[in-house]
Each structure stands twice: as C-alpha cells, then as structure tokens.
Design a protein. Structure first.
Length: 99
C-alpha cells in the first residue's frame, strides 16, 4: 500500500503529514463539515506505509488521513481507536508529542 508523505520542519518541531495515495486531492463534505485532502499539505513524496510509519518516531506533530494508514497506526499503538475522526468513510487522526 502506498501513501503520500510530507515532512515540514518548523523550529524544534517536525510536522509529518501522511495520506493514503488514492484519496489525495479529494474533498469530503458531510453536514457542515468540509475536509480537503490537499496536495499542498500531504504531497511531498510517495512511499510505502512501512517507511511512512517509521517517520512517526522522529516527528512531533503527525496528521494521518485514510483508512490504510490510520488502521496501521492504531495496530502499532501510535493512535487510540477512540481518537479517530471519520468523514465520508475516510479516517483521520492526529498525534501531538509534547517536547
């Protein structure tokens, strides 16, 4: 399974954005909520889920979007299942590490 990954450094923080490859560019609308999986935010480079998951260890802020990446992050213990937001069948989760 492939994902898009973008790493952004900001001072002492590292922002990691990962989304499933097949949902990049989609716009999700449910009720009053509009959620866009924007290329500017997620599209750094394409890789496999294992490499993407390994980047979580060195990141302080992580945005995960897509069923495949979020479920793998839950399996590895990075995300609690109750902390996942779902919109139009797409899963989204965030990780913030206090440093």
């Amino acid at each position: 399974m492939e994902v898009y990954v973008k790493v952004t450094k900001c001072g002492r923080h590292t922002l990691l954005a990962i989304c499933d490859a097949e949902i990049l560019g989609k716009k999700l609308v449910k009720g009053g909520v509009v959620f866009e999986i924007k290329e500017e935010f997620y599209n750094g480079y394409k890789t496999d889920i294992e490499e993407a998951l390994s980047l979580i260890k060195t990141s302080t802020i992580v945005n995960l979007c897509g069923r495949n990446i979020v479920e793998k992050a839950i399996e590895r213990g990075y995300v609690h299942p109750e902390a996942v937001f779902e919109i139009c069948g797409i899963l989204h989760a965030q990780i913030m590490k206090i440093i």
